[in-house]
Design a protein around this ligand. Structure first.
Ligand code: HH2
Length: 300
């Protein structure tokens, strides 16, 4: 929900509001849950690969998601599923930027670009991206310097290693505390680059260097991340394999109801932004769950 279109130049301050997310001249209110619709423009994403490579089809899908209640559209040009092969920055930008520009021309919906690469982010920001969604949490040393002057929002996600190696890097003490500590380091990288806290949301990285049990524990104890780090939490559980495993091995295209369940559970435990494939069902479920959960369990 956009509550102001005034360009912001917010200083970093100890009194940062957790109820807003400042993204390139807009302030998104987090008074109600935000839904980020996934648009993968890759040949190989695990659930929607190959469907939206053509900009015209991508715009139609973005329009559908906006009509269904998406607050942002997240465009990604590199699959990060476990074991996915690396893609060059040129190839990734060639997939993402034409789609980004086409959406910005056709629709008035904020667009985030899902990339770990500073060179892709630079082209995306030139093309009008409102948010950089960095699954490596500023792992590319040049990323902070490119995002900082743009005023764009930033998602700092937790992962370890690369999509090829991450599933061998699941040793944690307390998974929530260890993820919080590693996200804190990402926040410090953002501070050093001069990116104001209001522009940042945090993401525990469901499925990225996590076992199925660790994913569940992170969702169950999400509120601790916001309490410790002072910024809102985004949850990206949609169609991921832990949902398939919980449901007896259902394939990705049959995981939407389970994904909605994960979002509602995440909302109850403190998540504010939800990155999903099935926007309409998620929007409906979150709006109803939010209307209930904002009331006190004790009555007035
Ligand atoms: N998950 C994926 C990609 N980007 N970004 C954030 N912030 N959080 C996530 O959990 C997240 C993400 C992986 O899912 P998907 O885009 O559906 O598949 P693929 O990586 O195969 O394109």
């Amino acid at each position: 929900m956009v509550i102001s279109s005034a360009r912001l130049d917010l200083p970093r301050s100890p009194t940062v509001s957790n109820d807003v997310w400042a993204i390139r001249g807009r302030v998104l209110s987090l008074d109600r849950p935000l839904v980020m619709g996934i648009l993968n423009v890759t040949p190989d994403s695990f659930s929607d690969g190959g469907r939206f490579l053509d900009p015209a089809r991508a715009v139609e899908q973005a329009r559908r998601m906006a009509e269904d209640g998406a607050d942002l559209i997240d465009v990604g040009g590199e699959s990060t599923r476990p074991g996915a092969p690396a893609v060059s920055a040129d190839e990734e930008a060639a997939r993402v930027v034409p789609v980004l520009r086409a959406i910005k021309d056709a629709l008035d919906v904020p667009v985030s670009v899902d990339t770990r690469k500073a060179d892709v982010a630079r082209e995306a920001l030139d093309g009008g991206a409102d948010v950089i969604n960095d699954v490596s949490g500023l792992g590319d040393a040049r990323m902070g310097g490119i995002v900082a002057p743009s005023g764009a929002g930033l998602v700092l996600m937790h992962m370890r290693g690369t999509p090829e190696t991450m599933q061998r890097m699941t040793d944690y003490g307390d998974v929530v505390d260890d993820v919080a500590a590693e996200l804190e380091q990402a926040l410090e990288r953002a501070d050093r680059a001069g990116i104001a806290r209001e522009r940042i949301v945090l993401d525990p990285g469901i499925g990225f260097a996590k076992t199925a049990e660790q994913n569940l524990e992170l969702i169950a104890r999400l509120a601790r991340l916001e309490r410790r780090l002072g910024r809102p939490v985004l949850l990206g559980a949609s169609r991921k394999s832990f949902i398939g495993a919980l449901l007896g091995g259902v394939p990705a295209d049959l995981r939407d109801a389970g994904s909605v369940g994960a979002c509602v559970a995440g909302l109850a435990r403190g998540a504010r932004i939800f990155r999903v494939h099935d926007v309409r069902s998620t929007r409906h479920a979150l709006d109803v769950a939010h209307a209930v959960l904002r009331l006190s369990p004790e009555g007035s």
